[in-house]
Design a protein around this ligand. Structure first.
Ligand code: COI
Length: 357
């Protein structure tokens, strides 16, 4: 299927992209594609960025039938534009679609849509090292119907935001709050897919943590409230003496692409790395005794984000004197080195963008 281009007649003046609040500045164009039962996915097009008209009874507004992805385009030190494992985001989009009864999209078309849109708005990719163009594909049910059922109509949208660091802390350690009041996911739920509703359900805990001065929530498992699962917008890693560990994917944790990349990078660097169950007690004991050397989160938006302080049941635990540790720094440098094309990519994770597709 060809993507129709209906571009702005005049080039927009691009604002200063030096200091960007996450997700507030949008580029000139967006991608749209509709689904209906009779036509399937149809009319893929790139159009000027604008608001979207919705039926007040659109299923997404009432029953949250919506999924999304997050990936980035990087302006390399060599002047080339790169995408990082975009096919994995497309595959995960379809896994999320399946879980929420959304018809799958053709992966080749979705990838072509991402590439074409980034190419059309390539002038918006920040040139500064550490900044990038955040790509947000999402699909939602648009049918106007109040009965609880899968929508018969959908809209697939891709929008782009030039971004710098996700957290105000930048690469300085953040503080996380372990909640034993709320849970994010439970077996059989939607914790392992990128459903919008997962994030809506996390807001209250996140707000409470923020009021107390913490950047993010650390979620425990929904059954025993004993095992560490993930942080608000990131997966989580612990560097115990000689072993890098991250919670194994038990069906309630998002299979992060940055998580997977960090596991593979760490092993490539010779660091023993395991996926296993990690109890909050093990983490706190590690912080108390010094066995826990470092802790950091991983995510597309957050990249690699060190954690310096953990709150649990009225006590604060400090990790690595609240400093960014050498392992987090090493992995961050390697990962971003690949993404900005400064290090040769032995994994085949990056593609450079050159029209036509
Ligand atoms: C991402 O890292 O791309 C995410 O999806 C996190 C987001 C909720 C900001």
């Amino acid at each position: 299927m060809d993507i129709e281009l209906n571009l702005k007649e005049e080039r927009e003046t691009i604002p200063n992209l030096d200091k960007l609040p996450f997700g507030r500045v949008f580029t000139s164009h967006m991608f749209l594609m509709n689904y209906s039962e009779d036509k399937g996915w149809h009319s893929p097009r790139i159009v000027p960025f604008s608001k979207i008209e919705l039926h007040p009874a659109a299923i997404v507004l009432h029953y949250s039938q919506t999924i999304f992805e997050g990936l980035k385009a990087y302006y390399g030190t060599d002047g080339k534009i790169r995408l990082f494992r975009p096919w994995d985001n497309v595959a995960r989009l379809n896994t999320s679609a399946e879980r929420l009864c959304i018809p799958p999209v053709d992966p080749d078309l979705a990838l072509k849509a991402i590439k074409t849109l980034v190419w059309v708005d390539r002038e918006w990719i920040p040139r500064k090292r550490g900044s990038s163009l955040y790509i947000r594909p999402f699909i939602f049910g648009t049918e106007g119907a109040l009965g609880v059922k899968p929508s018969s109509e959908y809209l697939f949208v891709i929008i782009l935001c030039p971004v710098s660091a996700y957290y105000d802390e930048g690469f300085d350690p953040i503080r996380i709050y372990v909640t034993d009041t709320y849970v994010r996911a439970f077996p059989g739920g939607t914790g392992d897919v990128k459903a919008g509703g997962n994030y809506a359900a996390s807001l209250k805990a996140q707000e409470e943590a923020k009021k107390l001065g913490y950047t993010q929530i650390l979620w425990l498992d929904g059954i025993e409230r004993k095992y560490v699962e993930e942080v608000g917008t990131m997966n989580i890693f612990f560097y115990f003496e000689g072993e890098l560990a991250t919670p194994e994917l038990t069906g309630t944790i998002l299979p992060g692409i940055t998580r997977d990349s960090v596991i593979k990078l760490a092993r490539h660097l010779g660091i023993p790395t395991v996926e296993r169950r990690i109890s909050i007690e093990e983490v706190l004991e590690g912080a108390r005794t010094g066995r826990l050397k470092e802790c950091f989160g991983t995510g597309t938006a957050a990249v690699i984000s060190p954690v310096g302080r953990i709150y649990y049941k009225g006590v604060e635990y400090i990790i690595n004197e609240e400093k960014t540790g050498p392992l987090a720094r090493r992995l961050f440098d390697y990962l971003t080195g690949l993404q900005y094309g400064e290090i040769e990519d032995p994994f085949g994770w990056t593609i450079t963008l050159e029209a036509p597709f």
